[in-house]
Design a protein around this ligand. Sequence first.
Ligand SMILES: *Cc1c(COP(=O)(O)O)cnc(C)c1O
Length: 407
Amino acid sequence: MLDPKTRRPISAEDLSRLFSQACSEQELNTVDRWIDIPEPVREKYSYWRCTPLVRAYGLEEALSTPAHIYFKNESVSPIGSHKLNSAIPQAYYCSREGVTNITTETGAGQWGAALSYAAGVFGLECAVYQVKISYEQKPYRRSIMQVFGAQVTPSPSMSTRAGKDIITACPNHQGSLGTAISEAVELATTTPNCKYTLGSVMNHVALHQTVIGLEAEKQMALAGEYPDIVIACFGGGSNFGGIVFPFLRHTLADGVRTRYIAAEPASCPKLTRGEFRYDYGDASGYTPLIPMYTLGHDFQPANIHAGGLRYHGAGSIVSELLKQELIEAVDIRQLDSFRAGCLFAKTEGIIPAPESCHAIAAAVDEALKCRENHEKKVILFNLSGHGLVDMSAYDQYISGSMNNTGE
Ligand SMILES: *Cc1c(COP(=O)(O)O)cnc(C)c1O
């Protein structure tokens, strides 16, 4: 990663102006094979972890596939998604370092909700900038954040210089994760004892999420199986890295042949159609320059319902893995994602988040290939969250008014 001003490699000290000291060090750590989960974090995890690993018998039957389909159910967390796996340690490290306020951006509201809850758990104040279109389209997520005690502002807003600049240039800007990041970063760098947090893209976030794959590995062993294919939806790469990296280490160390598939929206295709180069993590160029697959930091994604996947870039580890062809990526159209999501809901009894529907659609595609080729593969996908706060999106799908925006 490079400093945006000097274009020199960034240090943990540079990063710690934005992030907690612990996360800054984790971000650049190339030495330790294992980083222990602190005891107070394990204690908070125990409220909902270990999450279930479920064999999707109903879905298998509906597809008449010989494949065995498993999913790791991260939707059972207090806020309904995997995001809390990183919010809890990030808030914990901040509180341990004497930080009193934390801030962040949020798209669909999942990360904001996770951080709001985690901040409360460790006695911190939390300010969230929410992408304006999501703030308006998904009012209940805003309410969830407010119930947990956070202050929520739609982005772009007039409360920061970055927000004012964006509104001046483009008065009807609907907001993106990029604009919201710029505002939160500005607040953190201009307020004493305030740190910024990110819910995706960064290496330390993917590190915290590996608890998903580490548990899944043990659970698959209990079931007496090992995945041939591991699938996750892809926004910035945290739930993908979380479930994939623990399995991928066996591919790297022992040559275990497993396929890893990232499922991204066709309207925001950084992995399948982006470019590998240095780019900013945000719209205004405040964050470090990150080597990544990107659509350009000024890319304005279409207003698809999978708000958590509306991000221009991909985390650097995942980007490098894709470049080296150790992982694959597929793009999924919005209508196809909801079709798969509804089939999953009917057969497994869980209404998936619009983001997770992309992973389900990719898993269904692979299971159907197994049917055609009479192959009994083991497919594991991550159910990153539930969709119970996204029912207006399902309403649109069912009424036929949804389209394949921006593809
Ligand atoms: C945020 C989110 C995602 C996408 O983020 P990643 O960092 O790519 O995991 C996926 N699913 C859900 C439910 C989310 O909230």
